[in-house]
Design a protein around this ligand. Structure first.
Ligand code: PMV
Length: 335
């Protein structure tokens, strides 16, 4: 088949929220209920190429070398439709995306995935978007992706109002943090796909959990405490706030009907080992997303010790250490 020349390749890294996003107030526009704040990582990049193909062909979506199907393919095509609508274009596209992290295992593959797709897709279709607009676009794929447009620390606003006003005001932006460069030790206790998608789990939590509202409220206080702690470069405070915010989010899920439980016995074993590290005098704090894996925030000087300890806590878990990383960027293609 003849392939048009227009194509673009982008790279983006996952991010881990220190203040979590959980729950959408508008599912179609992907507008969160709460503001969130994250650290973009320097590991597990996603590299995505979008090439325009001649009219009449179907969109194709390759994920790690195999043709995507079902829900995964649908989400990418819906995203391309949005980019095409914004660009006033109609050409179909061939999307090739490579994750270096297990997909859908609560390791933020959707964040790096949709951030890379937003940057590559906008460039391929000739859309010149500023970082805020790119972040709003990435949000439509996955709200956590809005934050991966930026490196290091980023805050994502839930936005104000409804409809177009909400869409315009919900985006991420960098949080300038001068001298805070912690390690994030990731304990992968299970890299398989999660049992319930975060989309479905959020819907159920918002719809049925009696704890959701109070967590969302306490999250506001957590966010302002977190911003102050980051500015001070205070790892103990950052870690404590991140840990309570994440445990609170999981509490909202556990109280959903029926319960959404991502935490496994191995997760709890790792959490116990983090408590033990603290008793032994190490600053180590845990956060968990929509999956059983645990991310432990600590000083870089302690990272090897923390990695050893969590590795010993859960049989067969693999451990990798990250730190703050770069924002999404175009590698090849038209600006
Ligand atoms: O990957 P998403 O955008 O569907 O949502 C994931 C949400 C959490 O990872 C659990 C928290 C967060 O803010 O990243």
């Amino acid at each position: 088949e003849k392939v048009l020349d227009r194509g673009a390749t982008a790279v983006a890294h996952p991010n881990i929220a220190l203040i979590k996003y959980w729950g959408k107030r508008d599912e179609r526009l992907v507008i969160p209920y709460v503001d969130s704040l994250s650290m973009t990582l320097n590991i597990f990049p996603t590299v995505t190429t979008v090439r325009l193909v001649p009219e009449g062909q179907a969109d194709t979506v390759m994920l790690d070398g195999t043709s995507a199907s079902g829900e995964q393919r649908q989400r990418v095509i819906a995203f391309l439709d949005l980019v095409r609508e914004m660009a006033g274009r109609t050409e179909p596209a061939a999307v090739d995306t490579r994750n270096s992290v297990p997909t859908a295992a609560g390791l933020a593959s959707s964040a790096s995935g949709f951030a890379a797709l937003a940057v590559a897709g906008a460039a391929a279709y000739g859309l010149a978007l500023d970082p805020t607009a790119l972040s709003r676009l990435a949000r439509r794929g996955s709200a956590s992706a809005a934050r991966s447009i930026f490196g290091a620390f980023a805050i994502c606003y839930a936005g104000r109002g409804v409809g177009a006003a909400a869409d315009l005001s919900s985006y991420a932006e960098p949080v300038p943090v001068a001298k805070f460069d912690p390690a994030l030790v990731i304990a992968m206790v299970n890299a398989g796909p999660k049992p319930v998608s975060s989309r479905a789990a959020m819907r159920r939590t918002v719809g049925t959990s009696p704890l959701y509202r109070s967590w969302a409220l306490s999250s506001k206080a957590d966010l302002s405490d977190m911003q102050a702690a980051l500015q001070r470069g205070d790892l103990e405070a950052v870690g404590e706030i991140a840990e309570r915010n994440a445990l609170g989010m999981h509490a909202t899920m556990l109280a959903a009907r029926p319960a959404v439980r991502y935490l496994s016995p191995a997760t709890v074993a790792v959490l116990d080992s983090v408590l033990q590290l603290r008793r032994d005098g190490f600053a180590a704090y845990a956060t968990m997303d929509a999956g059983p894996n645990v991310k432990v925030l600590c000083h870089q000087a302690d990272a090897a010790r923390v990695a050893d300890t969590v590795h010993g806590a859960a049989a067969g878990c693999s451990v990798v250490t990250a730190r703050r990383g770069p924002g999404a960027r175009l590698l090849i293609g038209a600006e």
